[in-house]
Design a protein around this ligand. Structure first.
Ligand code: PLP
Length: 431
């Protein structure tokens, strides 16, 4: 697989280079030069295959020239080692649960695959790979648990002190080994600014092999196609074939992967992009004007993104043809008030507890009124990661997954810093 940059169609880089760089120098995004179709016979018989078999088929279609078959198979099986079940709520409404991985969010698919791809490409005796991440909550946990124990790597996570939930904090601070966490006295934006400055710092780059693990990395996008195909297989088994996917969207990586899957041959009737008040994309699809805005804080805080970084990729997938994108992707936005009402409705109607992001995707399936289609909304995180949003009666119904109980038994270890870059630099240099 060769890749180019969305800002330079003549650039050519290998998959390995794209994985370690994350982003081209020209600040575009890496895109595959060609998007191969999944074997038609395979898609026709997809209901016969398991998640890991489907994942391997996709990975090998894309990466067979980069990683030999046996290695790729082992890598995929290790990365996608948890379920992504489609749960039926009523005759035409389903929830695709993507929170059964180690950090209880869909980002585990991307982070686990990426960490293993990086480890695979790191040759023996090569310099340690230093991963720096800023997190507002979910990304850090997925990256920490994705890289935990992965040889030749070290992860440094910056999170805003007191601004992540208890479960999120435990996922960052109880790991030890090759993972270290820093509570920054500031906001998520401060954390991100520190990481950005570190990447631009000559002395740090001379001393360390730095990499970012953010959501624009192509190795995070690819594994997110796995669960779309696998959901289709599950629904086909149940006799459904016209499928609508509703995706709670922030940076638009998740839905971008769905659209990549569509390009690879996944039969999908319709995609729905569901957002909170950060509605840059819904406004664009209505008006044709793409205008980013500063993000505003909402209950679905993992989607508080005013300038979605993967949108460029989506337009690129469809040759900038707005009409095609407008037809294939419907978009709806919801306020905090509506989100809370959605959480209550799902609970009352289906006896199901959905996290705020998931509730927004559910509301969007209702706004999309078409009949005779199977509407699948993606559940991107377990409700226990966002306890502050729930009314007490629903909160009491949230079952703590075993992973969380296990974390509570570990001591929390983290360092604390202000938002001054020189202090952070000194920390990294071990001063
Ligand atoms: C990251 C995240 C999202 C947004 O996904 P994007 O790929 O950025 O659109 C939605 N829900 C949860 C719970 C998340 O952690």
């Amino acid at each position: 697989m060769k890749l180019y940059s969305t800002n330079n169609k003549d650039l050519r880089v290998s998959f390995q280079e794209a994985v370690f760089n994350s982003m081209p120098q020209d600040k575009g995004l890496y895109m595959p030069l060609e998007i191969p179709q999944l074997d038609q016979e395979f898609i026709k018989n997809i209901e016969k295959y398991s998640l890991t078999e489907i994942a391997y088929q996709i990975a090998s279609t894309l990466l067979k020239d980069e990683i030999p078959a046996a290695d790729l198979k082992a890598l995929v099986e290790d990365a996608a080692n948890f379920d992504a079940p489609v749960v039926k709520l009523n005759d035409d409404t389903f929830v695709l649960e993507l929170f059964h991985g180690p950090s209880l969010a869909f980002k585990d698919f991307g982070a686990r695959f990426m960490s293993r791809v990086m480890a695979y490409f790191l040759k023996d005796g090569e310099q340690l790979l230093d991963v720096l991440v800023a997190t507002s909550g979910d990304t850090g946990g997925a990256v920490a648990l994705g890289f935990l124990g992965v040889p030749n790597t070290r992860v440094t996570i910056l999170f805003p002190k007191g601004k992540v939930s208890e479960v999120q904090r435990l996922q960052l601070t109880t790991n030890g080994q090759n993972i270290r966490a820093i509570a920054v006295d500031g906001t998520f934006d401060d954390c991100q600014a520190l990481v950005k400055q570190a990447f631009a710092d000559e002395e740090l780059n001379a001393k360390f092999r730095l990499t970012s693990a953010n959501s624009i990395n192509i190795a995070r996008l690819i594994p997110q196609t796995f669960y779309y195909f696998n959901a289709y297989a599950q629904l086909k088994r149940k006799g459904y074939k016209d499928i609508v996917f509703s995706v709670p969207s922030g940076n638009f990586g998740n839905i971008g992967a769905g659209l990549l899957a569509y390009k690879m041959g996944l039969p999908v009737h319709q995609f729905i992009a569901a957002t909170n008040a950060n509605d840059t994309v819904p406004r664009f699809l209505e008006s044709g004007i793409y205008e980013t805005k500063p993000s505003v804080q909402t209950y679905a805080n993992a989607m508080d993104v005013g300038a979605p970084s993967n949108w460029v990729r989506i337009m690129n997938l469809f040759e900038e043809d707005r009409a095609t994108v407008q037809k294939l992707v419907k978009a709806y936005r919801f306020t905090d008030e509506e989100t809370l009402a959605g959480i209550k409705e799902i609970f009352e109607k289906f006896d199901y507890v959905a996290c705020p992001h998931t509730a927004i995707a559910y509301l969007a399936t209702k706004a999309f009124a078409e009949k005779d289609v199977a509407k699948v909304f993606l559940s991107t995180a377990h409700a226990c990661k966002f306890p502050e949003v729930f009314p007490v009666d629903i909160l009491a119904k949230i079952e703590m997954p075993a992973q969380v109980e296990a974390l509570r038994n570990n001591p929390e270890i983290y360092d604390e810093l202000g938002n001054d870059f020189e202090d952070f630099k000194g920390y990294l240099l071990g001063r």
